[in-house]
Design a protein around this ligand. Sequence first.
Ligand SMILES: [Zn+2]
Length: 117
Amino acid sequence: MKKFKRTPNPAFKLSEPLDETLLEDLGVTAKTPRDDIIHLIKEHLNRRNKKCAICNKKYESKALIINYRRPTSKGGGDNIKNLQLLCWDCTTLKGNNTMLEVRKKLKLQKSKHLKEK
Ligand SMILES: [Zn+2]
């Protein structure tokens, strides 16, 4: 059996109980250990995209952190479509915002920057 290389993932926690959609997406059972599920999510997202979803820079898998596009506190769920990989800087930048809010924030920063020039 393939062994998982585990990397710490402090910014991501799966909520209880696990979303059934997520389990179906990944083909795991409710008995799969939590750490393995987190690793499977990462592998799944990495297969599609090895870049940070916000800054678009390429990173090694271990440098990317699983993040909710829409935070659970704002109604987002544990399904693959709501998960993405971000670098540490963008995770900090995104905080508890939705992707839409982050894009607005970035646009504001950009236009401010342009005005200063
Ligand atoms: Zn980034």
